[in-house]
Structure formats: structure tokens, C-alpha cells
Design a binder for this molecule. Structure first.
Ligand SMILES: C[C@H](N)C(=O)N[C@@H](Cc1c[nH]cn1)C(=O)O
Ligand SMILES: [Zn+2]
Ligand SMILES: [Zn+2]
Length: 493
């Protein structure tokens, strides 16, 4: 479904992509078949295998590939595990051409058939035009769509109008371990001639309408630990005569957010940036179907009922979510135990201009204050193991205009300009460390089910996504001269 405004060159490219759909899907099937789950240590060798597969795919494309060894990391139990290498790839070095660096990850979130998948998560399966499989959208599909687009130019023996760089990692789902250090080391080398970085690791806001993303929230992850004695206790022998750590923890967690979703931590909203008139206008034109979003989530009711309120609370305001409790009994059945030590896990998605260190201090003070009122003899510990900052780009950047034209050519309509409530920590790091601009160019639809059961990419999104990247290469090549005129990215949010 390509628009009638395509040039002869674009038509030739799009026809090739349509004709080679099966090959592109075969490649995705091969990648999805690798259980490259970076979260579970036992699967690390599969992540390694996936990195090797990605490196050979880039080599087959004609790229030079440097698989950078990042050493190892230590698990909480003291065990050392090797980190997967990060792939730095390069294709084309014409000084007349702009150089675009594509970032992607080929590790995935855990998935088991018994979690409620309709099909085996590691066997890409097509049902009604949808390709189901772990990593199909997050993020193997988009990485391959970019590679397919480059491959198309080479297969058709067309002059490639841009130089490509690739940075592909295998630890994104586990916090991109080692990547920040690599960016520091490579900022004057690998990144020196990069004009901008493309990330395709998030979703459109709708099932059908394409989108370009100009902002993501940050994420401050917290552990709150309450420790009583040195062992678990029988609730018949000790219940009623001790301060139970899990009761303290439940009270602490309960103090964080009220039933309307408002965060109860004093001062937390103090630095939240006000919505600008320019942005408010963008919101008006965004197509957002509340019912569709509700259906995608499987919940019956949202906290807010208007489009503007929902988008504001996802994109421009902080939110606090509780993720779990380590040490608490969670298996089916009954166990009449009082756990000795429990760790509550929650995170705060922050927005410009919230400061991570201030947020950390506010959280600590609030929890200590609530805890002190309980007169509990238990020990309280609060830590912030991960802090990622929000990212915002300028929608008036020529890059966004080029991407918008590519989308119009392929999908026949203008994209929505959206922010994303989730976090891609590396986007902000790319900006602040390498000083390069970043564009987020998603090809996955709102119902892709990233991190969830039955993750999918539709055949349509995968193939049209390949075309839109190819069209983007042609649009970028027209930006020669304009790429250097724009100032360095703003990173003070
Ligand atoms: C949007 C991206 N695919 C993603 O899922 N990112 C994670 C990253 C994260 C943030 N804190 C910890 N991990 C997310 O937004 O949850
Ligand atoms: Zn991802
Ligand atoms: Zn993910």
C-alpha cells in the first residue's frame, strides 16, 4: 500500500521489498528462534549466539563489524557472567553522504508458552497476517527491517545515498549493562562522523496510524527493604507478638500513591515542566482511541476519561508503579510463614525537569517518615539501583521532517507526533555523551504486545516498515548541508 506520490526509484525499491517478503520473514523466523533472553543468566549463551548471528547478517550486507568485548558482570549471588559483545558495524564511507547510525537490540524479555502464549514464543507463527513471536517487535523485527532496507539497495545495485553505522546490543532488557562506558570510549572514534542516531524500539499510539516519537519518560527504580530477624518465623508461634516486616512494607507501599493515581511523595511534582501551547496543539490532532487502548490492555477502566488527560498522564506527568515484593511468599497454596526480609520494588517514571537525585532524596525522606510513625524495630533500607533520565527531541528538526515525508510516501498519511510513557535509557545517553541528535522512528503498532504474552508484528508493519526505512534513506540524502546547521541536542531537561 504505497502512495501514488512515489518516484520511479521508490517504486522499484518497494516492488523489490514486496517480492521478497518471504525472505525477510524467513530471516525474522531465524532470529526469533534464538531464545536470547538477557534477563535469565542461564540463557546468556543464547544471547551470545544471537549476537554472532546479527554480526554475520551485517557482514553479509558488506558491513565491517567490530564485536566489542565488554567483559563480565557480577550477579547478586556473586557469580560472574560474560556480557554479550556490542556490535559496531559500518557500511559506506563517502564523505559527501550523511552518516546515520542505527541503534537496536537483539535480546528479549523472558517468555514461556505456559505464561499464556497461543503459540510457541520462539517459533515465529503467522496467524491472520500477524507474526507472533518473542522479539518480533521488541526489537528483532525493526532491526531486521532496517537491514532489509539496506539489503534492498544493494540487491538492486543502487547507489546508497547514506553511510550507515550500526550499534547493536544484547543487554537492553537487563539495563544496557556496559553500554554507557562504551559510548564514552567511542564518542571521539566510532561516533565522530555520525550525523544522527535512529532508534526504532517503541510503538505507534494506534493500531493503524504511523507515528514519530519525540519524547520518552525517564525511570527511577527503587528497592525498599524491611528486615526483621535473621530467619522466617512460624505465624502461629510469633504472629501477633512481633512487628512483621511485610506489614511494614505493605504500609510503606500503600503510602506512595492515592486511589486517583496521584503520587503522595511531598515535592515530587514541583519541577514538572508545564505543557507548552505548541505541544497542546500537537495533542489536538493526535488520533487516539481510548476504547482501542483499553482493549489492547485488557482492563475495564482507565483513571482518566479524556484523550488529553490520558496523554498528559502518560507523557508529561510522572507516574509511580509497584512491580513486586522479593521474599514474600508468592507460590500457589498456603504457607503460614512470616518472612524475615522483604524487598518492595517500585519505579517512578519521571519527566522534564525532574532531577533524579532530588527524586531519590524525596523518596527516601518520605519512606523514612512513614516508617518512623510505625515505631517498628525492623531495619529499613532504600536504594535506587537504576535511574534513567527522560528524553525529548525537537519536532522541527529536519530529521523529523524527512521521516514524516518517508511515512507519507509509504503509508499515504502524515504520522502522529507522539511522546512515549516508557523509557529508552540509551536515547538520553546518546544525546548527552555523543552530543548526537536522536530520532525515534517506531514501526510497531499499538497492539504489538511488547513484554507481554503473544507479542507480534503484523506482516504489514514489518514489510511497510522496511519500505519506510528505505524511503527515509532517500529523504536523508536530501538533507545534505542541513544536518550540520541544527544546534547540538538540548540535554538540560
Ligand atoms: C520501550 C522499551 N522497549 C522498554 O520497554 N524500555 C524499558 C526500559 C526500562 C526502564 N526502566 C527499566 N527498564 C521500560 O520502559 O520499562
Ligand atoms: Zn526494546
Ligand atoms: Zn523491551
Amino acid at each position: 500500500m504505497s502512495s501514488s506520490s512515489s518516484s520511479a526509484l521508490e517504486t522499484e525499491i518497494f516492488q523489490y521489498i514486496d517480492l521478497h517478503q518471504s525472505d525477510f520473514i524467513k530471516d525474522l523466523k531465524e532470529w526469533v528462534a534464538v531464545e536470547s533472553d538477557s534477563v535469565q543468566p542461564v540463557l546468556r549463551k543464547e544471547v551470545m549466539r544471537m549476537m554472532a548471528l546479527a554480526a554475520s547478517k551485517l557482514e553479509a550486507l558488506g558491513a565491517t563489524v567490530n564485536s566489542v568485548n565488554l567483559g563480565s558482570h557480577q550477579l547478586p549471588d556473586g557469580q560472574h557472567l560474560p556480557l554479550p559483545p556490542v556490535i559496531l558495524g559500518e557500511l559506506g564511507k563517502d564523505p559527501q553522504n550523511p552518516t546515520v547510525c542505527f541503534y537496536g537490540h537483539v535480546d528479549v524479555q523472558p517468555a514461556r508458552r505456559e505464561d499464556g502464549w497461543k503459540t510457541d514464543p520462539y517459533t515465529l507463527t503467522e496467524i491472520d497476517g500477524n507474526l507472533y513471536g518473542r522479539g518480533s517487535t521488541d526489537n528483532k523485527g525493526p532491526v531486521l527491517a532496517w537491514i532489509n532496507a539496506v539489503e534492498t539497495f544493494r540487491a538492486l545495485k543502487l547507489a546508497i545515498p547514506v553511510n550507515f553505522k550500526f550499534i547493536i546490543e544484547g543487554m537492553e532488557e537487563a539495563g544496557s549493562l556496559g553500554l554507557e562506558k562504551l559510548l564514552e570510549e567511542e564518542k571521539q572514534c566510532f561516533f565522530s562522523d555520525v550525523d544522527f542516531i535512529v532508534i526504532s524500539d517503541n510503538l505507534w499510539l494506534s493500531k493503524k496510524k504511523p507515528a514519530l516519537t519525540y519524547g520518552t519518560r525517564g525511570n527511577a527504580c527503587f528497592f525498599v527493604e524491611v528486615e526483621g530477624g535473621d530467619k522466617d518465623l512460624h505465624s502461629g508461634t510469633f504472629g501477633g507478638i512481633i512487628h512483621e516486616p511485610l506489614m511494614d512494607l505493605v504500609a510503606l507501599l500503600d503510602s506512595l500513591v492515592d486511589p486517583t493515581g496521584h503520587i503522595q511523595i511531598p515535592g515530587i511534582y514541583d519541577s514538572v515542566a508545564a505543557l507548552t501551547e505548541e505541544e497542546r496543539k500537537l495533542y489536538e490532532s493526535i488520533e487516539y482511541d481510548i476504547e482501542e487502548h483499553k482493549n489492547n490492555s485488557g482492563v475495564k477502566k482507565f483513571l482518566y476519561s479524556s484523550k488529553e488527560e490520558i496523554l498528559l498522564h502518560l507523557w508529561c506527568y510522572p507516574s509511580l508503579s509497584i512491580h513486586g515484593i522479593e521474599g514474600a511468599f508468592h507460590e500457589p497454596g498456603i504457607k503460614t510463614v512470616i518472612p524475615a526480609k522483604v524487598i518492595g520494588k517500585f519505579s517512578i517514571r519521571q519527566v522534564p525537569y525532574m532531577d533524579l537525585s532530588v527524586v531519590k532524596q524525596q523518596v527516601e525522606e518520605h519512606l523514612k517518615n512513614v516508617f518512623s510513625k510505625r515505631n517498628s524495630p525492623n531495619k529499613l533500607k532504600v536504594s535506587m539501583p537504576l535511574g534513567a533520565k527522560p528524553w525529548v527531541a525537537d519536532v522541527n528538526d529536519p530529521l523529523y521532517k524527512a521521516a514524516r515525508r518517508a511515512i507519507k510516501t509509504v503509508f499515504g498519511e502524515d504520522p502522529d507526533f507522539i511522546r512515549d510513557g516508557s523509557t529508552i535509557p540509551i536515547a538520553r545517553l546518546f544525546q548527552s555523551i555523543t552530543q548526537k541528535r536522536v530520532i525515534m522512528f517506531p514501526i510497531g503498532a499499538a497492539d504489538a504486545g511488547e513484554h507481554s504474552q503473544n507479542e507480534k508484528i503484523s506482516r504489514h508493519n514489518y514489510i511497510e516498515g522496511t519500505k519506510v526505512f528505505a524511503a527515509f534513506f532517500l529523504e536523508i540524502s536530501k538533507l545534505r548541508g542541513q544536518l550540520h546547521e541544527t544546534s547540538s541536542p538540548e540535554t538540560n531537561n
